[in-house]
Design a binder for this molecule. Structure first.
Ligand code: UT7
Length: 330
């Protein structure tokens, strides 16, 4: 019999330092008014210089483990979604495994940019349902400030640091991962990219001089694709699960821009505004972590009922996109 994969505990961690729109006004030619009206963002968090992606991820994971009533030794696999790993290798999952003392766990990183958490959830779901593993720690962690160019006003206002985590297990009560839909389109790779530091353009004095180790984004183009792809992924995911928008208790979209979230909301006529969960105002875009952090914040504020359905959706570089439907455990 196929086991159910359930999210039995969530956690998140946001660094203490707050970077406000007013702070950004001192760095680049921008204004609080422009940032707020174009993105809905007021502030974002920035990690300390000695605080790395693995630290953010481990802090979120500890909370998820506590809420799942599991010890680190009970974890079989750690999956980390990130575009800002501590190192190219070893994986951030291995570093977190060591920090947690999860000595029985295997570890791997997944890279699907802002959709990373949904890709990682789908892998965890498959491993748990097939019975290969019982307890999997899924972590999304980003130190985007390490790849953000604070001289580029078109990108530096958007990004923040933070991590979200959850334990996916076949045992215990939680949110059942009912269905996941994922997609990708490598034709659009250049529109959202970190050009240097990989095998195509290894680090050199020239790549550094040309600012190629920072995020480059064609914002307008990405915006249009993000709306279309997230809408389609949500609709396909609901259909695959035999559900519909009327049944959704909460939609948690990727927190890239309030205008993107509003544009998606308009395409769901039966989903009132108050059922769309948002953190974009206070954390900005935290890439893979954004949906994971929001899911944890929602879980702390709202006690999930058996009939509840929570829809997650994300879109990011690659392009990649996806949606996942979570259901209360009856
Ligand atoms: O996480 C992965 C997915 N990421 C996303 O989904 C992000 C998608 N894109 C966006 O959120 C939006 O495109 C942005 C927020 C990045 C930009 O908003 P926009 O409404 O698309 O603005 P724009 O790029 O069309 O720029 C409009 C104007 C330009 O000036 P001109 O050419 O009209 O004179 C920009 O130079 O706004 C200017 N501008 C700024 N002005 C003040 C761009 N950035 C800023 C800024 N402050 N920070």
């Amino acid at each position: 019999m196929i086991k159910k994969a359930k999210i039995i505990g969530t956690g998140s961690y946001l660094p203490e330092r707050v970077l406000t729109n007013q702070d950004l006004e001192k760095l680049v030619d921008t204004s609080d008014e422009w940032i707020f009206t174009r993105t809905g963002m007021k502030e974002r968090r920035i990690a300390r210089s000695d605080e790395y992606t693995s630290h953010l991820g481990a802090a979120a994971a500890k909370k998820a483990l506590t809420r799942a009533h599991l010890t680190p030794e009970q974890i079989d696999l750690i999956i980390v979604a990130t575009i800002t790993p501590d190192f190219v290798f070893p994986s951030t999952a291995c570093l977190i495994q060591q920090q947690l003392g999860a000595k029985n766990a295997a570890g791997m990183d997944i890279q699907a940019a802002c959709t990373g958490f949904l890709y990682a959830l789908s892998v965890a779901k498959a491993f748990v349902e097939s019975g290969v593993y019982q307890n999997i720690l899924v972590i999304a962690a980003e130190k985007l400030s390490s790849i953000t160019n604070y001289r580029d006003r078109s990108t530096c206002i958007l990004f923040g640091d933070g991590a979200g985590a959850c334990v996916v297990s076949s045992e215990g009560k939680g949110l059942v991962i009912e269905s996941v839909r994922l997609g990708a389109d490598g034709e659009q790779a250049e529109l959202l990219i970190l050009p240097a530091g990989g095998s195509r353009q290894p680090a050199s004095q020239e790549t550094v001089a040309q600012d190629l180790h920072y995020i480059k984004m064609a914002g307008n183009e990405v915006f249009k694709h993000a709306v279309r792809r997230m809408e389609a992924a949500c609709k396909e995911c609901l259909e695959a699960a035999g559900s519909s928008e009327e049944k959704i208790t909460y939609l948690i979209p990727h927190q890239a821009n309030l205008r993107i979230i509003d544009a998606i909301a308009k395409r769901f006529e039966h989903l009132p505004e108050e059922r769309i969960f948002k953190t974009v105002q206070q954390y900005g875009n935290t890439s893979a972590s954004s949906v994971a952090i929001a899911l944890d914040e929602l879980s702390q504020k709202y006690a999930v009922q058996p009939e509840d359905q929570i829809l997650l959706t994300a879109f990011g570089g690659g392009f990649t996109w996806g949606a996942a439907l979570l259901k209360g455990d009856a």
